[in-house]
Design a protein around this ligand. Sequence first.
Ligand SMILES: Cc1ncc(COP(=O)(O)O)c(C=O)c1O
Length: 380
Amino acid sequence: MKIKERLFTPGPVPLPPEVIKALGQQIIHHRTPEFTQTFLAVREKLKQLLKTDKAPILFASSGTGAMEASITNFFKKGDRVLVINAGKFGQRWRDLAKTFGLKVIDYEIEWGKTYDKKKIVEITEEFPDIKGILVQHSDTSTTTLHDVDYLAKISKKLKDCILVVDGITSVGVYEVYPEDIGIDVLVTGSQKALMLPPGLSILWYSEKAEDRLKKSNIEKYYFSVLAESKKQEKGQTAYTPAINLIIALNESLKLMLEEGLPQLAKRHEIMALATREALQELGLKLLSQSPSNSATGAYTPEGIDADSFRKVLLKLGFRVAGGQDHLKGKIFRIAHMGYFDVMDMIQVIAGVEFALLKTGVPVELGKGVKKAQQIINQYL
Ligand SMILES: Cc1ncc(COP(=O)(O)O)c(C=O)c1O
């Protein structure tokens, strides 16, 4: 039999059958009452997901599109921003901000670590004119969670600052309620916990951020939040939307809301905890000191190339992700976000055990699985 591939990469993630069914339907035209009705239903569900009365806007782009829109719509050229640069996607904030003429304070942090609160205070005291703090809630490249509540407090204390959060791998993993937290701009993408193929990005903004829309002087055309929000409020989009993805989003949001957001966050927490504990039980070192519940990264043992290890895992039927840049060949990453359950984690941990044995690491079969089961058992 051909290898049965199980997708454990941190985006894209597997699709629920309800989503696959929605994606497989004949396309409809978007300038129709039928599309508008679905689009308005999606907006209502997104409001529930983010616990807000203000619906986010959607772009037909990958997540980076909404990141770019956050820069080009809510800032002016020359604005000073603080970038929490703790991984591949922190670098993306920095590069985007620079590309569009912002002055960047690039707070570089070792991959796998989070920011130091004292350092944030120091920076914001030295530069009280900071107009934005840009951060990943969960940086997928380092499987690290950054505390956005603290940054929201700091941002509020500054004269005219907004907190811009990349929630691409935190929305749908955690309860991310931007108004409760004090986030001004929140972006996410379809191919992560929203359980869709790539191609949709989502951007929510606060009233404070809204004030900036007319003042921004950065060039934009496709990614105009003003143009889109006017249309989207009425259930239409400025340009051709990703029709089938939006129809499928209606289904995935339904699943998420039916599960209940606290329960959804709990499921992710248990899957992540079980995986982290199991890997450590097998003697592996975790990549992150502030691990995110969206994915777990771990180093392979000394002398074992992580990419060769991943190939062994793939032969066993598990596709996991590797490390990026200097972490290439050193780590592997297992996703928990979206359409996964605790049994999937037990399975992938069993796969890791076999792969360790096959690469010459003397592990006791079942040791990691047992640990994961013990953890999961507390919640069953
Ligand atoms: C945290 C985070 N930010 C940004 C991105 C970029 O999103 P995209 O690849 O959809 O443009 C990703 C993608 O993996 C991500 O995980």
